[in-house]
Design a protein around this ligand. Structure first.
Ligand SMILES: *[C@@H]1O[C@H](CO)[C@@H](O)[C@H](O)[C@H]1NC(C)=O
Ligand SMILES: *[C@@H]1O[C@H](CO)[C@@H](O)[C@H](O)[C@H]1NC(C)=O
Ligand SMILES: *[C@@H]1O[C@H](CO)[C@@H](O)[C@H](O)[C@H]1NC(C)=O
Ligand SMILES: *[C@@H]1O[C@H](CO)[C@@H](O)[C@H](O)[C@H]1NC(C)=O
Length: 234
């Protein structure tokens, strides 16, 4: 009698540990990620970085989910435009785009004679297709390789910090034609991060090995599920 109760109890606690283990592993697999676009090469057109193929970069073992960030390391001669409108993307032109589906996260300054680094973090806040390109020089940079599309999955959903974009997310420039010709000081918008920020360097290093990280997590999950299943059976 005594013995039985003991074993029943320890089985119960074992079961609990199994569940806890599973929850903690699923949790770590679903952590939000930051992807550095183009990895160490950054966000440029092919006249500057001929080896870059952003679609290949995006399709290479990456799963983009709500709450992840795309980090664009570029300069003030290239822009970051995000659109949900396939027509705008195909045209490589956001001049006539609607502010409801298109966002200029960073605007290039064609009048600048010297370039300086610009880093922009774009949160993924909408499920489904999202298109990115550089909209300057009449679409030349876009046509010259500076574009890609991603399909954002639901994942674990938006984190609290991104749920009300108007308050929490960095304010983007409106996709207004006039912006392109405006003075440089209005070009440096609130989402400009200092490129030598400790955080950014950290991000860069991290996302370089993100696919490896995901693979490792997958392996870990598989092994632990098998282990847990074996423990639970015996
Ligand atoms: C991802 O980037 C955002 C915006 O720069 C930052 O707030 C966040 O801490 C970064 N997350 C990770 C996991 O590095
Ligand atoms: C996409 O943008 C174009 C302008 O670039 C606009 O004419 C069209 O109505 C938009 N499509 C949708 C579905 O909003
Ligand atoms: C800016 O980009 C354009 C088009 O890609 C290029 O022709 C021009 O030389 C660049 N300007 C600077 C200052 O790098
Ligand atoms: C995007 O992914 C979702 C979920 O995997 C899928 O249902 C949808 O068809 C995809 N959209 C496109 C345009 O490929």
């Amino acid at each position: 009698m005594e013995e039985r109760r003991c074993c029943g109890l320890s089985l119960l606690s074992l079961g609990f540990s199994c569940i806890l283990l599973l929850i903690s592993f699923t949790g770590s697999v679903q952590a939000y990620k930051n992807y550095t676009v183009g990895d160490s090469l950054g966000w440029y057109d092919n006249s500057q970085k001929p080896k870059l193929n952003y679609q290949k970069w995006a399709d290479d073992d990456k799963i983009f989910s709500l709450g992840d960030f795309l980090i664009f390391n570029t300069d003030n001669n290239h822009s970051v435009v995000q659109t949900y409108n396939f027509t705008t993307y195909k045209l490589c032109d956001d001049d006539d785009a609607l502010s409801t589906d298109t966002t200029e996260w960073s605007v290039a300054d064609p009048s600048a004679t010297a370039t300086y680094p610009v880093t922009v973090a774009v949160p993924l806040v909408k499920e489904g297709m999202s298109y990115f390109f550089s909209g300057d020089y009449d679409g030349d940079q876009c046509k010259d390789g500076q574009h890609f599309k991603i399909n954002v999955t639901h994942g674990q959903g938006l984190p609290e910090s991104l749920k009300s974009p108007s308050e929490q997310a960095p304010a983007p420039n409106s996709p207004d034609v006039d912006n392109a010709d405006s003075a440089p000081d209005t070009v440096v918008n609130s989402d400009f991060n200092h490129p030598h920020d400790e955080d950014e360097d950290h991000v860069k290093k991290d996302s370089g090995s993100i696919s490896l990280y995901v693979n490792l997590l997958g392996m870990k999950l598989l092994v632990s599920v098998i282990l847990v299943a074996m423990i639970c059976i015996f």
